[in-house]
Design a protein around this ligand. Structure first.
Ligand code: FES
Length: 212
Protein backbone atom coordinates (compact mmCIF):
# COMPACT_ATOMS: atom_id res chain seq x y z
CA UNK A 1 0.00 0.00 0.00
CA UNK A 2 1.46 3.33 -1.03
CA UNK A 3 1.36 6.29 1.33
CA UNK A 4 -1.00 9.00 0.30
CA UNK A 5 0.16 12.38 1.59
CA UNK A 6 -2.36 15.11 2.32
CA UNK A 7 -1.18 18.57 3.32
CA UNK A 8 -3.67 19.85 5.90
CA UNK A 9 -1.48 22.81 6.82
CA UNK A 10 -3.47 25.88 5.84
CA UNK A 11 -2.82 28.13 8.82
CA UNK A 12 -4.87 31.28 9.16
CA UNK A 13 -4.15 32.91 12.49
CA UNK A 14 -5.60 36.29 13.35
CA UNK A 15 -3.51 37.94 16.04
CA UNK A 16 -6.59 39.88 17.24
CA UNK A 17 -8.92 36.89 17.27
CA UNK A 18 -11.21 36.43 20.26
CA UNK A 19 -10.66 33.34 22.43
CA UNK A 20 -12.51 30.28 21.18
CA UNK A 21 -12.11 27.95 24.16
CA UNK A 22 -14.88 28.49 26.66
CA UNK A 23 -14.23 28.53 30.37
CA UNK A 24 -16.15 25.25 30.62
CA UNK A 25 -13.85 23.58 28.08
CA UNK A 26 -10.73 24.88 29.84
CA UNK A 27 -12.03 23.68 33.20
CA UNK A 28 -12.84 20.26 31.73
CA UNK A 29 -9.29 19.99 30.40
CA UNK A 30 -7.87 21.02 33.77
CA UNK A 31 -9.69 18.16 35.51
CA UNK A 32 -7.26 15.83 33.73
CA UNK A 33 -4.15 17.49 35.16
CA UNK A 34 -4.02 15.40 38.37
CA UNK A 35 -4.25 12.20 36.34
CA UNK A 36 -1.10 12.84 34.29
CA UNK A 37 2.54 13.46 35.26
CA UNK A 38 2.81 16.68 33.20
CA UNK A 39 0.46 19.18 31.59
CA UNK A 40 1.93 18.27 28.20
CA UNK A 41 0.66 14.71 28.69
CA UNK A 42 -2.92 16.04 28.79
CA UNK A 43 -2.68 17.15 25.15
CA UNK A 44 -4.55 14.21 23.61
CA UNK A 45 -7.51 14.29 26.04
CA UNK A 46 -7.58 18.08 25.58
CA UNK A 47 -7.77 17.76 21.79
CA UNK A 48 -10.56 15.19 22.06
CA UNK A 49 -12.50 17.52 24.36
CA UNK A 50 -12.07 20.49 22.03
CA UNK A 51 -13.05 18.54 18.92
CA UNK A 52 -16.00 16.97 20.74
CA UNK A 53 -17.24 20.43 21.80
CA UNK A 54 -16.42 22.40 18.65
CA UNK A 55 -16.32 19.82 15.86
CA UNK A 56 -12.72 20.65 15.00
CA UNK A 57 -9.56 22.15 16.48
CA UNK A 58 -9.02 25.56 14.93
CA UNK A 59 -5.68 27.34 14.75
CA UNK A 60 -6.84 29.72 17.44
CA UNK A 61 -7.81 26.77 19.65
CA UNK A 62 -4.33 25.30 19.15
CA UNK A 63 -2.78 28.52 20.43
CA UNK A 64 -5.04 28.61 23.46
CA UNK A 65 -4.62 24.96 24.42
CA UNK A 66 -0.83 25.36 24.04
CA UNK A 67 -0.97 28.21 26.52
CA UNK A 68 -3.11 26.15 28.91
CA UNK A 69 -0.71 23.21 28.76
CA UNK A 70 2.40 25.42 28.78
CA UNK A 71 3.73 24.05 25.50
CA UNK A 72 4.34 25.59 22.06
CA UNK A 73 1.53 25.83 19.46
CA UNK A 74 3.84 23.92 17.11
CA UNK A 75 3.80 21.00 19.58
CA UNK A 76 0.02 20.98 19.36
CA UNK A 77 0.08 21.03 15.58
CA UNK A 78 2.69 18.24 15.52
CA UNK A 79 0.24 16.03 17.36
CA UNK A 80 -2.84 17.06 15.38
CA UNK A 81 -1.13 16.51 12.05
CA UNK A 82 -0.12 12.99 13.11
CA UNK A 83 -3.67 11.80 13.78
CA UNK A 84 -6.22 11.81 10.98
CA UNK A 85 -8.91 11.81 13.67
CA UNK A 86 -8.38 15.51 14.34
CA UNK A 87 -9.77 18.18 12.04
CA UNK A 88 -8.40 21.70 11.74
CA UNK A 89 -11.47 22.96 9.91
CA UNK A 90 -15.18 22.23 10.38
CA UNK A 91 -16.36 18.73 9.54
CA UNK A 92 -19.57 17.88 7.75
CA UNK A 93 -22.65 16.79 9.67
CA UNK A 94 -21.55 13.23 9.03
CA UNK A 95 -18.02 11.94 8.68
CA UNK A 96 -17.49 8.85 6.53
CA UNK A 97 -14.32 7.11 7.66
CA UNK A 98 -13.08 4.34 5.39
CA UNK A 99 -10.57 1.77 6.62
CA UNK A 100 -7.34 1.55 4.65
CA UNK A 101 -5.60 -1.23 6.57
CA UNK A 102 -4.65 -4.61 5.24
CA UNK A 103 -7.80 -6.75 5.70
CA UNK A 104 -10.06 -4.12 4.19
CA UNK A 105 -7.51 -3.31 1.49
CA UNK A 106 -7.40 -6.94 0.40
CA UNK A 107 -11.18 -7.28 0.37
CA UNK A 108 -12.06 -4.18 -1.64
CA UNK A 109 -11.55 -1.23 0.71
CA UNK A 110 -9.80 0.75 -1.99
CA UNK A 111 -12.82 0.38 -4.30
CA UNK A 112 -15.18 1.38 -1.47
CA UNK A 113 -13.12 4.52 -0.89
CA UNK A 114 -13.16 5.31 -4.61
CA UNK A 115 -16.95 4.92 -4.64
CA UNK A 116 -17.27 7.29 -1.68
CA UNK A 117 -15.06 9.85 -3.41
CA UNK A 118 -16.99 9.58 -6.64
CA UNK A 119 -20.42 9.73 -5.03
CA UNK A 120 -19.59 12.60 -2.66
CA UNK A 121 -17.41 14.45 -5.18
CA UNK A 122 -14.72 15.11 -2.60
CA UNK A 123 -11.31 13.77 -1.65
CA UNK A 124 -9.87 12.61 1.64
CA UNK A 125 -10.27 15.05 4.52
CA UNK A 126 -12.58 17.23 2.49
CA UNK A 127 -16.19 18.28 3.08
CA UNK A 128 -19.03 18.55 0.58
CA UNK A 129 -20.06 22.14 -0.27
CA UNK A 130 -23.43 21.64 1.48
CA UNK A 131 -21.63 20.64 4.69
CA UNK A 132 -23.46 17.29 4.87
CA UNK A 133 -20.53 14.90 4.54
CA UNK A 134 -16.82 14.78 5.17
CA UNK A 135 -14.60 11.92 4.05
CA UNK A 136 -11.64 10.46 5.91
CA UNK A 137 -9.49 7.36 5.87
CA UNK A 138 -8.03 5.75 8.94
CA UNK A 139 -6.09 2.68 9.84
CA UNK A 140 -7.82 -0.45 11.16
CA UNK A 141 -11.31 0.27 12.48
CA UNK A 142 -11.31 -2.96 14.55
CA UNK A 143 -13.73 -4.74 12.25
CA UNK A 144 -11.22 -6.77 10.22
CA UNK A 145 -13.35 -9.94 10.30
CA UNK A 146 -16.10 -7.99 8.53
CA UNK A 147 -13.92 -6.21 5.96
CA UNK A 148 -14.21 -3.95 4.14
CA UNK A 149 -15.58 -1.54 6.73
CA UNK A 150 -16.43 2.09 7.05
CA UNK A 151 -17.81 4.17 9.90
CA UNK A 152 -20.31 6.99 9.53
CA UNK A 153 -19.95 9.15 12.62
CA UNK A 154 -20.01 6.38 15.26
CA UNK A 155 -21.86 3.68 13.33
CA UNK A 156 -19.88 0.84 11.78
CA UNK A 157 -20.92 -0.55 8.39
CA UNK A 158 -19.49 -3.96 7.59
CA UNK A 159 -18.74 -5.86 4.38
CA UNK A 160 -19.52 -2.80 2.27
CA UNK A 161 -19.55 -3.26 -1.49
CA UNK A 162 -18.74 -0.31 -3.78
CA UNK A 163 -22.12 -0.61 -5.50
CA UNK A 164 -23.85 -0.22 -2.11
CA UNK A 165 -22.20 3.13 -1.39
CA UNK A 166 -24.77 5.42 -3.10
CA UNK A 167 -27.68 3.84 -1.19
CA UNK A 168 -25.69 3.84 2.04
CA UNK A 169 -24.92 7.54 1.73
CA UNK A 170 -28.53 8.33 0.80
CA UNK A 171 -29.85 6.58 3.92
CA UNK A 172 -30.76 9.28 6.45
CA UNK A 173 -30.29 6.79 9.30
CA UNK A 174 -26.81 5.68 8.28
CA UNK A 175 -25.15 7.26 11.32
CA UNK A 176 -27.68 6.19 13.96
CA UNK A 177 -26.50 3.56 16.41
CA UNK A 178 -29.31 3.88 18.94
CA UNK A 179 -26.94 4.37 21.84
CA UNK A 180 -26.01 7.45 23.86
CA UNK A 181 -22.85 9.20 22.77
CA UNK A 182 -19.75 7.77 24.36
CA UNK A 183 -18.58 9.45 27.56
CA UNK A 184 -15.08 8.25 26.80
CA UNK A 185 -13.53 11.69 26.94
CA UNK A 186 -15.46 13.06 29.85
CA UNK A 187 -13.36 13.63 32.95
CA UNK A 188 -12.81 10.56 35.13
CA UNK A 189 -15.30 10.54 38.01
CA UNK A 190 -15.00 8.75 41.33
CA UNK A 191 -17.82 8.67 43.84
CA UNK A 192 -15.71 8.15 46.95
CA UNK A 193 -12.18 8.63 45.73
CA UNK A 194 -11.37 4.94 45.26
CA UNK A 195 -10.05 3.60 41.96
CA UNK A 196 -12.87 1.02 41.92
CA UNK A 197 -15.41 3.80 41.59
CA UNK A 198 -13.87 5.38 38.50
CA UNK A 199 -16.49 5.11 35.77
CA UNK A 200 -15.48 2.74 33.01
CA UNK A 201 -16.90 4.69 30.08
CA UNK A 202 -15.27 2.30 27.62
CA UNK A 203 -18.23 -0.03 28.22
CA UNK A 204 -20.22 2.22 25.85
CA UNK A 205 -17.71 1.50 23.13
CA UNK A 206 -17.89 -2.25 23.78
CA UNK A 207 -21.68 -2.11 23.59
CA UNK A 208 -21.50 -0.25 20.31
CA UNK A 209 -19.19 -2.89 18.84
CA UNK A 210 -21.43 -5.71 20.07
CA UNK A 211 -24.47 -4.12 18.53
CA UNK A 212 -22.96 -4.06 15.06
S1 FES B 1 -8.28 -3.77 8.47
FE1 FES B 1 -10.15 -2.72 8.16
S2 FES B 1 -11.16 -2.96 10.05
FE2 FES B 1 -9.23 -3.88 10.40
Amino acid sequence: MAWNTIDRNEPVVDADASPVLSEAVCEKIKTFFPKYPTKRAVLLPALHIIQHEQGHVSWQAMIEVAELLEIKPSDVFDTISFYTHFWTKPQGEKVVTVCRSISCELLGGREVLAACKEHLGIGEHQTTPDGKYSLAVEECLAGCDHAPCLIINERMHKRVKPEQVPALLADAGNADHGLPRSDLFDPPVATNGSDEDVIDATSDVAEMKDSN
